[in-house]
Design a protein around this ligand. Structure first.
Ligand code: RB5
Length: 151
């Protein structure tokens, strides 16, 4: 798979470690930055990776900031993106199986490198289960679309 990856200044080292790990697992990575330790704004990088996933230029994505929260909120503003913050591998598996999350996020200030790798491995190894979960994912994707007349 082709994996989009983005981060802010809080996660430069962890991003490179995760990129190497993703390659070891047999996948390709696309690095949307940042590669600088200078303070930056995570929405810029989260949006770039999210747009690549939404446009199907990448199969899925990994987002890393201090907590994983800010960059995932930014990514979730892009239509078609379901980005989920994960702090351990069980959630990482379930966000794929149940929510068909097309991006995961985690915090470089929250999880260590080994936990981050376990999260990534669990997510990349999981498959969407469909069925009743598809109905719910379709409902999520309809929220906020022009055809949502409740707004
Ligand atoms: C940057 O200091 C920090 O706010 C950011 O990495 C992230 O944790 C935001 O959600």
């Amino acid at each position: 798979m082709k994996i989009a990856i983005a981060n802010d200044h809080a996660a430069v080292e962890l991003k490179h470690e995760i990129m190497a790990f993703v390659k070891e697992l047999g996948h390709e990575t696309v690095n949307f930055g940042t590669d600088s330790h200078e303070s930056c704004n995570y929405p810029e990088y989260g949006e770039k990776a999210a747009r690549a996933v939404a446009a199907k230029e990448a199969d899925c994505g990994i987002l890393i900031c201090g907590t994983g929260v800010g960059i995932s909120i930014a990514a979730n503003k892009v239509r078609g993106i379901r980005a989920a913050v994960c702090s351990e591998p069980v959630t990482a598996r379930l966000v794929k199986e149940h929510n068909n999350a097309n991006m995961i996020a985690f915090g470089a200030r929250i999880v260590g490198a080994e936990m981050a790798k376990a999260i990534v491995e669990a997510y990349l190894g999981a498959h969407f289960l469909g069925g009743r979960h598809q109905i719910r994912v379709d409902m999520i994707d309809k929220i906020g679309q022009p055809t949502d007349f409740r707004e």
